[in-house]
Design a protein around this ligand. Structure first.
Ligand code: SAM
Length: 235
């Protein structure tokens, strides 16, 4: 992977960037995504945000190597603290857990002024992001699920709008994705069949354990998720 050739996962993130936008890529690591997006003509300029010194250095070096210092600024900081309100119109946050992405959005809420699109690629826990988007006025407009190197990734694209517009079944939609559950492609089936088996194994262990309040709550949650997944997979 480099600034001219992205992984399938990051390529799918890039393909959702708003045309001619000003981009902030948060947790940019090597800054491959903003460099690629500029070289492809998707964006006019970008900010690459990084919290850690090592990846921050890699991003600075990559931007210099590509001779893009005029259009891509690398900034060091936590989440959205590297941008000002109305500075960017599209944000990408990729390759982190859904809980961390949600924390970055929640802590940086005031910086989202002027932002028209969020492109979020959680490695796990997309449900947390979908809930946050729904509670904060963002409407999911498309979703992608893909497999690369044996791992399955989801990409959520959200614009400002009617948060619940695409949820016909809220609980199932939050867990599985309103678009993904309608499309129900092979990768989706593979992911949720595997998750269901994993939950069934946990459930069987819980049933052998002492039934504390905590265990029975956990059991109830698992049973609910298993039933949602079974219903969608069997439809
Ligand atoms: N976005 C790239 C991708 O998808 O390939 C890099 C993903 S890498 C696994 C996650 C990056 O996010 C790391 O470089 C890490 O330093 C950075 N990161 C983690 N928490 C962050 C935060 N709160 N703010 C900014 N960057 C963060």
């Amino acid at each position: 992977m480099n600034e001219l050739r992205l992984s399938k996962r990051l390529e799918a993130v890039a393909s959702n960037i708003l045309e001619k936008s000003v981009l902030a890529d948060i947790g940019s690591d090597h800054a491959y995504l903003p460099c690629y997006a500029f070289l492809k003509g998707y964006i006019t300029n970008a900010i690459a945000g990084e919290i850690n010194e090592g990846p921050y250095r890699s991003a600075v070096e990559q931007v210099a190597k590509s001779d893009l210092q005029e259009v891509i600024e690398v900034r060091k900081g936590n989440g959205l603290e590297v941008i000002a309100p109305n500075e960017v119109d599209c944000i990408t946050i990729a390759g982190m857990g859904g809980t961390l992405i949600t924390t970055i959005l929640e802590e940086g809420k005031s910086k989202l002024q002027g932002v028209r699109r969020l492109i979020l690629q959680p490695n796990i826990g997309a449900i947390n992001i979908r809930r946050w988007l729904m509670d904060h006025g963002w409407q999911i407009v498309s979703e992608t699920i893909l497999e690369e190197d044996g791992k399955i990734y989801e990409i959520l694209v959200a614009d400002r709008g009617k948060p619940q517009a695409n949820y016909s079944n809220l609980e199932a939609g939050l867990l599985l994705g309103p678009f993904l559950l309608k499309e129900k492609n092979q990768t989706f089936i593979k992911k949720w069949t595997h998750e269901k088996q994993h939950w069934l194994a946990i459930l069987s262990n819980l049933e052998k354990a002492e039934m504390t309040n905590e265990n029975s709550e956990r059991k109830r949650e698992l049973e609910q998720k298993i039933s949602i997944v079974e219903e969608v997979l069997n439809e």
